[in-house]
Design a protein around this ligand. Structure first.
Ligand code: SF4
Ligand code: SF4
Length: 169
């Protein structure tokens, strides 16, 4: 992990911006795009294999992945295949003032379409309410949850907290 992130205990957006080439505003405006928040030099490359558009590449097994944002279609297929839960897809212009953020999710209970959940930032802080728009269980067993959040939190929302329903334990 990036040394600064190790000291803080998590990856902040400022650290991310310094270590990863993020999509330009113009690319974000064009539609959904994957953002890879992987700053570890680790010998892992399921993300490269997952992307049938050839958007993700790695120079070597021990370098972090890089992404060609023009090739990415925002399909979300790489999200559940990343064992580091480090890939997110952001559609900044989902509707009106909302963005759609797709995240990996391995907790229980698994939310359902239409549920209102807490949107959490990278440090686990609650930054508002989000509506679950879509869920998909990936081949790995990891779910991909797509949530509508306030557009201003599109680059901050990276997890959710799901409230248990009555009769759940
Ligand atoms: S979202 Fe789809 S197209 Fe984009 S990098 Fe992931 S697998 Fe490739
Ligand atoms: S699969 Fe995930 S953890 Fe592994 S290199 Fe790709 S983004 Fe990083």
């Amino acid at each position: 992990m990036n040394n600064e992130a190790r000291e803080v205990g998590y990856l902040t957006y400022d650290i991310l911006k310094e270590t990863v080439r993020l999509p330009a505003k113009e690319r974000l405006a064009k539609g959904p795009v994957a953002i890879i928040e992987c700053t570890e030099d680790i010998p892992c490359d399921p993300c490269v294999e997952a992307c049938k558009s050839g958007a993700i590449s790695k120079e070597s097994l021990v370098t972090p992945p890089s992404i060609d944002y023009e090739k990415c279609t925002g399909c979300t297929l790489c999200i559940d295949l990343c064992p580091g839960l480090a890939i997110f897809v952001v559609n900044i212009n989902y509707k009106e003032d909302k963005a759609l953020v797709s995240i990996p999710y391995e907790m229980l209970p698994v939310p359902e379409k239409g549920d209102i959940v807490d949107a959490l930032n990278r440090s686990g802080e609650n930054i508002g309410q989000a509506e679950v728009i879509k869920t998909r269980k990936g081949k790995s067993g990891t779910h991909v949850i797509s949530i509508a959040v306030d557009r201003k939190f599109a680059m901050e929302t990276r997890s959710i907290k799901v409230k248990r329903k009555e009769n759940e334990y």
